[in-house]
Write a protein that binds this ligand. Structure first.
Ligand SMILES: [Zn+2]
Length: 61
């Protein structure tokens, strides 16, 4: 589980925009870039080259 504090300070490495935490899929989503960043051991992997294309049809909740 990511802390609220961490979520407040992290941003998408590509567009510097807001990231949305998806607890169900354990990923951070940037809807602007349509990228999903995975989280390993509570550490978000905020690397554009590690991100996966975001499938917005996959529900988050
Ligand atoms: Zn972005």
């Amino acid at each position: 589980m990511l802390s609220e504090e961490l979520l407040k300070v992290i941003a998408c490495p590509k567009c510097k925009g807001e990231l949305v935490y998806c607890p169900k899929r354990n990923e951070l989503r940037c809807y602007r870039c349509k990228l999903a960043y995975r989280i390993e051991d509570d550490i978000p992997i905020l690397l554009v080259e590690e991100a996966k294309p975001l499938n917005e049809d996959e529900p988050c909740e």
